[in-house]
Write a protein that binds this ligand. Sequence first.
Ligand code: FAD
Ligand code: NAP
Length: 338
Amino acid sequence: MMLQESISLTALNTFGFESVAEFYTSVSSESELVEAVAFAKQNHMKWLPLGGGSNILVPEQVKNALVIQMNIRARNVNVVGAKVEVTLGAGENWHDTVEWCVGQGFSGIETMALIPGQVGAAPVQNIGAYGTELKDVLVSVRAYDTQQGCFIELTNSECQFSYRDSLFKRFPGRYLITSVSLCLSSSADVSKTHYRGLDQYFQDQGNESPDLRDVFDAVCSVRRSKLPDPQEIGNAGSFFKNPMVSTEQFHSLKKSWPQIVAYPENGQVKLAAGWLIDQCGWKGHVEGSVGVYSRQALVLINHGGGSLDELMRLADNIKNSVYKTFAVKLEIEPQLFV
Ligand code: FAD
Ligand code: NAP
């Protein structure tokens, strides 16, 4: 294990916030990971696993902690009839993995193209896009249980996945994910999805029966047209989760707001947080160095030189105004990196 001190995290978080880690190491094997955690434990500091930094909120100083960049690479494939089990190291890039699977004719994750970050972080928030979630294809997760001091295999149900949530989010730092196994289809059949943006794309193309590559290309194109590229504008994707409300609360909201954007989900109703924020007039709002993206109100951005404090003040103002208007509480999606 190579320990480094006073390492800048500015290029390692997609918000681009200036930040310095007191201690940092990059691990490319399970044995290096065990060594890193032992070092942190011996020195009475926390350990913070870091992937692509696309879902974290970093303070200016990350102190009393060892930042562990998860760099374990691997890609193993086992074809069984019409199914294929793909096992991936935590340090594999998620989008490259999706593109590679599409190239191989393996379907199941094509609507999750262009989600930034690494494979190891994907189970943490049960990543999802266009109606597919990681939990729909995940077989198991291999992780180092830092409490028990051993490697464990967690099945899909043991990961306790729910909407943008999992066991790993609820116990931050306990489980360090080293690999993820997915079950995909080797027959290249595509997932059925009916999101307006994608439907519109296929309609414009006159494509009535898109294949695997068409779905991948559509997702990439639609996302590029409405989401800011973190290389150009600092952001962490959706800043708030879509809130779930009861059917009763939804009906009462609908009376006052007939245009409200909402979708029934598991006996509750999911409200589009972006719509709520937009109705409160925040879309395109600029506050110092931070703001709300002009094409998608759910995305908060760093125009350059912004700080976490500044962003959190803006987020609080947005949460308060949405609560005042709709009596709906918004929850922040990215993880505080402390
Ligand atoms: P990081 O930000 O590095 O880490 C996230 C959390 O996971 C942290 O708490 C970290 O400590 C922990 N972690 C990281 N690696 C490990 C590991 N190996 N073991 C245990 N814990 C670990 N998300 C979606 O769900 N759907 C989307 O469509 C989507 N679109 C996005 C678009 C943009 C432009 C951006 C910037 C973000 C988007 N996101 C989306 C959010 C983000 O990309 C995902 O949550 C992604 O999985 C985060 O991966 P990462 O490697 O960057 O994780
Ligand atoms: P969109 O298509 O404009 O839809 C707005 C919201 O309505 C989405 O959040 C989506 O919920 C919901 N929605 C739309 N059509 C739906 C349907 N047919 N069934 C159920 N829910 C529906 O969203 P977008 O901003 O362009 O994003 C497209 C997809 O990429 C979404 O799935 C979104 O979650 C994902 N994405 C996620 C992030 C992130 O950081 N988490 C960032 C960018 C994009 P869901 O979010 O539950 O799908």
